[in-house]
Design a binder for this molecule. Structure first.
Ligand SMILES: Cc1cc2nc3c(=O)[nH]c(=O)nc-3n(C[C@H](O)[C@H](O)[C@H](O)COP(=O)(O)O)c2cc1C
Length: 310
């Protein structure tokens, strides 16, 4: 049976969001990326990034970095925490990450990438996985060779985003490259890129032959996508259901990030739902001024009084 996981998404796939996705059938999920240096030096945001619900089934933590000493220490720190796996990020295309030769930049410095993987593999006592990108969008060979090397280092599963780093998140997904990796490797390969609908998932599955598919932006504002995918039948939430999920998620975000800070953090979440379900523009414009509980409640009354556009 096909497994649909939720990708790591910095700034989005925190505990409150995962919790709503879990309600609609999500099992396999990742924390947003956490920087190895931030872990070692104990940054103040770490607890929120690392928060795990007692009720959560399988959850991996994703670490980013390229300083070997930091990676080693972060592996030791993560061993002590309650995660089912440790995942290494080799896909982040953000400029400041690339500049320090981390994230997707490692796919252009393969020796360095393998050094990082070896250090983590040596120290991590849990299942150890990698999320990376394709290395060439025409010729599968470089990506296959790289993934073979990862497998040889003891990586236990690989997720591949089928776009080059320079394409960021746009453009077609190179199904045939992911397929070639899946056919060449013994370890499980997860395909990622462009799942927004049931049909997108079918195409990614057929194109890559993968039974493990990873959903990313498609879940934002639409945790019901997991219900659609698991039941193989389009599920459209009612206006009331959307309001209830937004209120639940925002309440959990305020618990996690504090009051009133959590309300500011939750603006982009609220906007995600309003955009996805095509609520009227004047409502969307108002989201940027929500800063307190009272403002949020008043805003939700307006949302409830409106009808989403189909
Ligand atoms: C806002 C945002 C944050 C992301 N954060 C992460 C991250 O923390 N770790 C990671 O491996 N990928 C991250 N990604 C990449 C996604 O996991 C995924 O690979 C990418 O969005 C492609 O899938 P999609 O086309 O289904 O969205 C992020 C993407 C976006 C848009």
């Amino acid at each position: 049976m096909t497994e649909y996981s939720l990708a790591p998404l910095a700034g989005y796939t925190d505990l409150p969001f995962r919790r709503v996705c879990r309600r609609f059938g999500l099992k396999v999920a990742y924390t947003p990326l956490i920087d190895s240096g931030a872990l070692v030096y104990g940054n103040k945001d770490n607890p929120q990034i690392l928060a795990r619900g007692e009720d959560e089934p399988w959850l991996a933590v994703q670490v980013l970095g390229s300083r070997l000493e930091d990676l080693r220490k972060s592996g030791q720190i993560l061993n002590q925490m309650d995660f089912d796996a440790v995942d290494f990020n080799m896909g982040c295309p953000v400029r400041k990450v690339l500049k320090r030769c981390a994230g997707a930049e490692l796919t252009r410095h393969l020796d360095k990438a393998l050094d990082c993987v070896k250090v983590l593999r040596e120290v991590v006592t849990k299942p150890f996985t990698v999320k990376t990108r394709i290395l060439d969008e025409v010729d599968p060979e470089p990506t296959v060779a790289f993934c073979h090397a990862l497998e040889a280092c003891g990586v236990e599963a690989i997720a591949i985003h089928g776009r080059l780093p320079e394409r960021i998140y746009a453009g077609p997904v190179a199904f045939h490259v992911i397929r070639a990796v899946r056919e060449a490797l013994r370890i499980p390969v997860t395909a990622n890129g462009g799942i927004f609908t049931l049909e997108d998932a079918r195409q990614l599955q057929e194109g890559t032959g993968c039974e493990r598919l990873m959903v990313a932006r498609g879940a934002l504002g639409n945790p019901w996508l997991f219900k659609t995918l698991n039941e193989q039948s389009l599920y459209t939430p009612s206006h009331e259901e959307i309001c209830e999920v937004v209120e639940t998620q925002v309440r959990d975000m305020v618990r996690l990030y504090g009051n009133p800070g959590g309300l500011v953090v939750s603006r982009k979440t609220i906007l995600g739902y309003l955009c996805k379900w095509r609520y009227p523009k004047p409502l969307r414009v108002k989201v940027s001024s929500i800063s307190t509980w009272n403002e949020f409640h008043a805003f939700m009354q307006e949302v409830r009084a409106s009808e989403k556009r189909q």
